[in-house]
Design a protein around this ligand. Structure first.
Ligand SMILES: [Zn+2]
Length: 466
């Protein structure tokens, strides 16, 4: 904590707790920014990668901040889950309605110092960016959520609903802590997830284009397809029985197959808005498909673009291959992994059945790989959520359109949607496409987004829970 901020904080605390007034002066974003940056610096320094045992350390650090910021110890809980942990903090409201859940994750994808230009676990500000593992995905949003709740406490804000912060500890890997959180906290009004959605900046003009609320995500599933044959000496080939040949024919058929075009309220609204900002045939196809989802020509144009085919269809693609056991032997088995991103509303079993009929080889076995795929229905577009998000976005960028969107998945939201909680991805940050390198090397976030996120969440929560 920097000195001026510490002084401010002490003064605020004195006003709140010593005068008995119960409310304090509202803190501005500029005033809480230094403490938020300190928190981010510490959060990034902790190696919350899988297996390092540091997620519980970060959870404890954030829990201490929340308690020092006015949360009762009974309202802050660390839930150990294997080597990781989840953090829960309940901000008690005045009692109307079910709680509003706020979701994020404390873990990060692994990062090696030798591969990065800078130390991935040291927050560095350079060239207008915050560099460090988790700067974009998603320690910035995590500390902003924690800081916003503390700020609201100090302001004496009384939400109409309980606000429950749910931070998972293994979103990037097995999601066991997410499942535990969804098991405990599925009786809720809705969930706001800071790990999805967000604003887009045009890379050429540098201007904000639109803001997307993630209201649906595709279901992730892996299928293993295996062919077997008797094997034998490679000098005596029998092409009809060769498992590798039969598997390659099966793969060819999958490569040539296209699942039917589908749409819902969310994808149509999203394509309509994107179409208004996209030039040429692609933009025209987006607008046409949004208005007429049965237009095969528009669907074909969108399907030819790898960035958009997934918005209108289930997609399945070969990702890993295994076969044979010796250079000079006929193969006894050959298998391929088919990774599918399934359109919301389509059962996983239906996709498996389609693969079986497309392969058209009765000797092939098609296995759904663990963990069991989690179907997540699209969340209905709530007017109160869309309006409040619109208000928070327009405070910063009055002309930016706010539209719903579907992502390729998978975030923590899928377990909550699966449990019946409407979930909305509402990351505050505006970024250029492919600029943050989340999960990749030299991950970064425009430095402007730290203060902007504090503004955004303060506005969003005070509006939605007033
Ligand atoms: Zn994430």
């Amino acid at each position: 904590m920097t000195a001026p901020y510490a002084l401010f904080w002490a003064a605020t605390a004195a006003l709140t707790f010593c005068t008995g007034l119960g409310t304090a002066q509202a803190a501005t974003t500029a005033e809480v920014l230094p403490a938020t940056r300190d928190m981010l610096h510490h959060a990034i320094s902790l190696h919350t990668v899988e297996g390092a045992g540091q997620v519980p350390v970060l959870a404890k650090y954030l829990a201490d901040k929340l308690e020092a910021g006015g949360f009762a110890a009974a309202d802050v809980e660390i839930i150990p889950v294997g080597q990781t942990a989840a953090l829960v903090a309940r901000y008690r409201g005045t009692g109307a309605g079910k709680p509003i859940l706020l979701s994020g994750h404390m873990d990060v994808v692994a990062a090696e110092r030798k591969d990065w230009t800078r130390d991935p676990f040291t927050l560095v500000e350079e060239n207008g960016y915050l560099y460090g593992r988790g700067s974009a995905d998603m320690k910035t949003a995590v500390v902003v959520l924690v800081q916003t709740l503390i700020r609201l406490k100090h302001e004496g804000f009384k939400p109409s609903h309980d606000l429950i912060l749910l931070l998972s500890g293994d979103e990037e890997t097995t999601m066991a802590s997410t499942r535990e959180l969804a098991r405990r906290y599925h009786d809720a009004e809705f969930l706001l997830n800071a790990d999805a959605g967000g604003g887009t900046i045009d890379p050429t003009s540098g201007k904000p284009v639109l803001y997307q609320v993630q209201a649906a995500e595709k279901t992730y599933a892996d299928f293993q397809i295996t062919l077997t044959s008797a094997g034998g000496h490679s000098s005596e080939p029998d092409p009809d029985k060769n498992a590798i040949y039969r598997l390659s024919r099966a793969i060819d058929r999958i490569a040539g197959y296209q699942f039917p075009a589908l749409s819902n309220d969310i994808t149509r609204a999203s394509l309509r808005a994107l179409g208004a900002h996209t030039a040429g045939d692609l933009g025209a196809a987006m607008r046409q498909f949004a208005a007429h989802p049965d237009d095969a020509k528009a669907a074909a144009t969108l399907s030819a673009d790898p960035a958009y085919v997934g918005q209108i269809r289930t997609t399945c693609v070969a990702t890993m291959l295994n076969g044979g056991h010796a250079l000079n032997a006929l193969p006894q088995s050959a298998s391929v992994n088919i990774n599918c991103r399934i359109f919301p509303g389509t059962p996983v079993s239906e996709v498996r059945d389609t693969l079986v009929s497309v392969i058209n080889d009765p000797s092939a076995t098609v296995t759904t790989l663990p963990p069991p795929p989690v179907a997540s229905p699209a969340s209905p577009l709530r007017k109160d959520v869309m309006d409040a998000v619109g208000h928070a976005v327009h405070q910063r960028f009055p002309d930016v359109e706010v539209v719903p969107g579907m992502s390729a998945g998978a975030t923590d939201s899928m377990y909550f949607r699966n449990a019946g909680v409407p979930s909305y991805g509402v990351d505050a940050a505006f970024t250029k496409p492919d600029d943050t390198f989340a999960h990749g090397l030299n991950e970064k976030l425009p430095a402007s987004e730290l203060a902007a996120s504090l503004d955004f969440w303060h506005t969003l929560l005070t509006r939605l829970a007033k």
